[in-house]
Design a protein around this ligand. Sequence first.
Ligand code: EPZ
Length: 425
Amino acid sequence: MQELVINGPTKWHGEVNIDGAKNACLPIMAALLMIDNQVTLNNIPKLNDIESMLKLLQCMGLDMTHQGQKLLSFRARELNYVAPYELVKKMRASILVLGPLLAKLGKAEVALPGGCLIGARPVDQHLEFMRALGAKVEIKDGLVCARADNGLTGCQYTFDVVSVTGTENAIMAASLAKGSTVIDNAAIEPEVIALIDFLNQCGAKISVSGMSVSIEGVTSLKAPAESFSVIGDRIEAGTFLIGAMICQGSILVKGICPEHLSLVIELMKKAGAQVEYSSEEQWIRLSMDRRPIAQSITTEVYPGFPTDLQAQWMALACVAEGESVIKEQIFENRMMHACELMRMGAKIKISSNTVTVQGIERLRSAPVMASDLRASASLVLAACQAMGESVIQRIYHIDRGYAQIESKLQALGVKVVRKETVTEN
Ligand code: EPZ
């Protein structure tokens, strides 16, 4: 196991090149199972989750190489339709191969992803949609066994709950179904739109209006000669922007579409940050010359406040002037970071999915434990503001979603080193 040792406080000053969005790369990589020719993808970050998806796709019959930020893929052999548990258990998003396999092969056996710390994370909506397309779907020995012997036929389906990967699975399956499909109460996060853009470039016929996605099924998908570049990661960008506010510094984040963070940028300005940005040049610049002014948030589906920035905003609330109320509406158990932040002196009251935070001037350093990807990011930001040496253990959580985190932090002036954990408790 590894840990990050951070000596604070630091006033951040510098710039960060934002990587490609993990949550856009994963569905686009799964879609490669449906593409008949070679595909080149750009802006693919070196992250553990990306490598897990790459290994899974190779095991299903795709020949793929990931050099630098470029990913090459082509289908040299017959696809197989079984996604084994030992690979799926590493990453929940592996369920994204279900739609492509059903669409391409008419059958799929995908291990049922487990829950995780932030919630049960069922996939009932994914399965219901495949049934609505005419597939027979059963759960046997922890496996999702799906067959569509007569192919998939377009349908109208309203999701009971807005699901990002559920919508992505549905879009991929419907792209090769016979006839037309309308998906209502669909997720329209930028990562979903990126998948749609990629599929349309490969000949799919998909359009979005409000939270409805319409799809005209086609018989095959072929990637264009030119490569496809994945959008910048709005959660990574948001994490670093919030960090600069917490540490009362300045930062330039490059390779990000500002529109993907519109609501968050408005909130940052209300909290006292100076923010400017360029859509055509894809950068956001922020400076903070005072303690943040407390701003309450409630997480929502896009374009609301993203649940993946809730933990980072809580770290900001811990050092803000005033009281913040933070409400998590997307996941049932995404407040673990609150207890770790309290070990750093934060004044937090937890009641189910709502916390009330009284901001203080300075956090105290402490040894803390990362629990999930975004919770660990919030602890890193808090440690940069705290007085003294903090140790953040189990940072494999961070490596799932933030490439080269320590070199990006060092470029901002943070005193941080990665170490092997000697005594893991
Ligand atoms: C995606 O997860 C993201 N992961 C998550 O990012 C993100 O937090 C989440 O969307 C919400 O924005 C990827 O894109 C790989 P959901 P996903 O289905 O699709 C319930 C990160 O930090 N639900 O939108 O799994 C579910 O329990 C990760 O990068 C059902 O009830 O989330 C949750 O309460 C963490 N039945 C809500 O919907 C279903 O069939 C939203 O989940 C599906 C979901």
